[in-house]
Design a protein around this ligand. Structure first.
Ligand code: HEM
Length: 169
């Protein structure tokens, strides 16, 4: 019981919550890019509205809140480990590869979080009809959202390298 209340246990608990939130977020990101985007063109026109009406709203909910939970638990974890300042400075001046690695992962993931909340989600709201938009505006919004989503998929690769390669140094 004592162990359950220890600082070390709570730090571990935030690491656990952080990784689960990260899976919720990046899992959806990869679903959008590896499964949904290449499959939609193959779906008969009359069935396509089901995606926008039923799948996207639910998937976007878990996607964006997964991103929020990952950022919040990640920052709390960095603070609990006493490495928040050093990781924000990406280890510059400390000569510490661990801080550089996590810091690069954190900055990349923070850019990705920004893209989710301030580019992908506002544009997807137009696409799924939660925000008023003309047909042309919807097309432009869908294009910008999918390009940003692709950028995030590419960033996720070095981001996860930085986030996990600390075990190697
Ligand atoms: C959004 C900003 C993020 C912040 C601030 C952040 C912060 C952190 C911190 C402080 C650690 C522990 C570092 C250490 O052991 O010294 C960590 C580890 C980790 N993070 Fe993140 N992270 C973020 C995003 C992500 C994302 C998007 C994922 C995707 C799955 C992720 C997955 C992981 C994993 C797998 C670990 C390693 C766990 C382990 O080795 O036990 N993080 N993160």
């Amino acid at each position: 019981m004592e162990e359950l209340m220890s600082y070390a246990w709570w730090t571990f608990a935030f690491r656990w919550l952080h990784v689960m939130s990260g899976i919720m977020w990046i899992g959806h990101l990869w679903y959008f890019n590896f499964t949904q985007a290449p499959t939609v063109p193959k779906i008969p026109m009359e069935l396509r509205p089901a995606i926008g009406k039923f799948i996207l709203p639910e998937a976007l909910f878990w996607f964006r809140w997964g991103a929020m939970a990952t950022l919040v638990t990640g920052l709390i974890l960095a603070w609990m480990m006493g490495e928040l300042g050093q990781t924000i400075r990406i280890g510059i001046g400390d000569h510490n590869a661990h801080m550089t690695s996590i810091g690069i992962g954190m900055w990349l993931a923070t850019i990705m979080w920004f893209n989710v909340w301030f580019i992908i989600w506002p544009n997807q709201q137009k696409v799924i009809g939660l925000k008023p938009a003309s047909d042309d505006e919807k097309k432009a919004a869908a294009r910008l959202a999918s390009l940003t989503s692709r950028v995030n998929t590419m960033l996720s690769i070095p981001m996860l390298y930085g986030m996990t390669s600390v075990h190697f140094y």
